[in-house]
Design a protein around this ligand. Sequence first.
Ligand code: ADP
Length: 246
Amino acid sequence: MNALEVHDLSFAYGARQALSAVSFSLAPGRFAALLGPNGAGKSTLIALLTRLYDLQTGDIRVGDHSLRDAPRAALKQLGVVFQQSTLDLDLSVEQNLRYQAALHGLSRRQTDLRVEAELARQSLTERRREKVRELNGGHRRRVEIARALLHEPRLLLLDEASVGLDPASRLALNQHVRSLCLDQGISVLWTTHLLDEVQADDALMILHQGRLVASGQVDALIQAQGGDLGSVFARLTRPTATGAAA
Ligand code: ADP
């Protein structure tokens, strides 16, 4: 069973077509990068995935649940780290996690177990009593990842998670998330506009003007298209005269 299936997804803001017949799937334990220039439709896709917007055409399945037919079950399989942090800066690391566990309706015992496990997994155990305000950007992101994984989702979605981090923290975060895929079998959908956050054996989807213009493993795409990732990306996302999805 795939961790994520996006099937024939289209979405329009009034007359403005933002996504056109987008389909792809993501296998369990895969790190997938979603790339696209500004206006490509990434935010729209994420808004549909997280159910900020209702689906118009097509469907999204997370695990074996359809977002259209069983939205609650589908969303339970999804952990999200949004671009804008929503942590409470004046609560401690642990308090932020416990608050989220309460929102998920976890029992006291489950909360203790899950908070402990995620603090350890994100190497945050020693910082559990620090206020989030005192943490650097990279550690704050780890708290958000811990929070997104508390309910043990199958798929972790990170929307431009490395924005605002210095280069070393950016790399460390990217490596850390990759280790979650390798060690825990979690699937990751990582949206970015930075090509250096993508590796040869990643799954890659490139969106351009609302259409999926490439999907597959990075090294296979490069081999098929020639050049390097930068030139493949530039070729596939060249602006057209209309600037809009057909
Ligand atoms: P990205 O996140 O890749 O920059 P978006 O999903 O934000 O792309 O945008 C896709 C297209 O939809 C663009 O043409 C954009 O102008 C348009 N769009 C996005 N949000 C809205 C909105 N709220 N109303 C109208 N058009 C929108």
